[in-house]
Design a protein around this ligand. Structure first.
Ligand SMILES: [Mg+2]
Length: 382
């Protein structure tokens, strides 16, 4: 079997999909994207596919991963790692179809029968957090995630700390002791600020606090870990085992590789195994589209130290189009009391609605995250 054709599609709200076709007629889908840099990644994906994949046997997934990652001398970073990630997903999709098995079966088989998911509530500056959490709890979710603070000082004021505590208090009150909420700080604090923010959360028992500091300060995240009883999570902006290792050594409780950023299923699987040696859990980052979610679920079903899955159905970023718009069989992403059922279709386990993808290609306005500024006019982390 040989790879004969390669295409990419830029679709709303902010996603890039790739399609690999073989001379046997098999088609594999991947989602290589960096949010806000879809065109940049698109160029990288085409360069990699042209150089390493066209004419090659798609079933040599690991060999392709090695060449795509290392074969051009310069390596790593969000753009190249995300390009490799989407191509890796598509190759696994083809492999699953060739062997007539879901990818998680090829990776050792299922270790669980359902996968717990959380949904986002609140957006960046939520006005109606209580109602949103209650709505998700009523829909069957047992966990939610929210931003811990909007635009904030890098050393939070007492008022800002009170705001963090107030959000957490609402979440705990609505969810009760059985429910879980996670709090994302998007690296908006300094290490010292994060220590105070984590302390403000402690009385409410969040499942984890996410990115208390920026990934470039991972060498200092241990200070936050040691200061609090709240489990610390990070990893959506770390792209390989070697980048995740310092976070694990610092004692983070949860790592969050993104299957569309951290080298795909191949490298995220290895990150999960590495985390297992530190007794850390894995909660794949996934505010993206259906292929990224399908790839995440394949990992979740075969990974013993999996914790919970992020997903973007109904997320505040998905303006104008939704994850299910591109899926021929939305049933695979139906929630059962806040859980996904185990996918049984071969490959990534989702049938992409190719017509919808082709129709949407090119219709996305460029998506960029907001640029925030502090009160004095200086740049603020979003
Ligand atoms: Mg996050």
């Amino acid at each position: 079997m040989k790879i004969t054709r390669f295409e990419t599609f830029a679709v709303p709200p902010r996603w890039l999909m790739c399609r690999i076709e073989t001379d046997d007629g098999l088609v594999g889908w991947g989602e290589p994207v960096v949010e806000g840099r879809a065109d940049t990644v698109r160029t990288a994906v085409h360069e990699l596919a042209d150089q390493f994949l066209i004419g090659a046997d798609p079933l040599r997934v690991e060999d392709h991963w090695q060449l795509m990652t290392k074969g051009s001398f310069y390596r790593g970073g969000p753009v190249l790692s995300s390009a490799v990630a989407g191509l890796d997903q598509a190759l696994w999709d083809i492999a699953g179809q060739a062997y007539d098995a879901p990818v998680h079966q090829l990776l050792g088989g299922p270790v669980r029968e359902r996968v717990r998911a959380y949904c986002w509530v609140g957006g960046d500056e939520p006005a109606e957090l209580r109602d949103q959490i209650a709505e998700q709890a009523a829909a069957g979710f047992t966990a939610v995630k929210m931003n811990g603070a909007g635009r904030t000082n890098r050393l939070p004021t007492v008022a800002e700390l009170d705001g963090i505590a107030a959000r957490a208090s609402v979440a705990r009150e609505v969810l009760g002791p059985e429910g879980d909420f996670a709090v994302d700080f998007h690296g908006r604090f300094t290490v010292a600020g994060a220590v105070r923010a984590a302390a403000a959360l402690e009385p409410y028992g969040p499942m984890f606090v996410e990115e208390p500091v920026l990934p470039e300060y991972t060498h200092r995240i241990g200070r936050v870990v040691e200061s609090t009883t709240t489990p610390v999570a990070t990893g959506e902006r770390l792209y390989s085992r070697t980048e995740v290792l310092p976070a694990l050594r610092s004692g983070v409780a949860v790592v969050q590789p993104d299957l569309s950023h951290a080298g795909g299923i191949s490298e995220s699987r290895r990150i999960a195994s590495l985390a297992e040696t530190f007794d850390a859990l894995v909660a794949p980052h996934c505010p993206l589209g259906p292929i990224a979610l399908a790839a995440s679920l394949q990992l979740a079903f075969c990974t013993p130290n999996f914790l919970i899955q992020e997903q973007s159905i109904g997320i505040h970023y998905n303006n104008g189009s939704e994850l299910l718009d591109y899926v021929a069989d939305p049933e695979v992403f139906r929630f059962h009391a806040g859980h996904f059922a185990r996918p049984t279709l071969p490959g990534l386990g989702v049938r992409i609605d190719e017509k919808a993808v082709r129709a949407a290609d090119g219709s996305a306005a460029s998506w960029h995250n907001p640029v925030w500024r502090h009160g004095d006019g200086s740049f603020a982390e979003w």
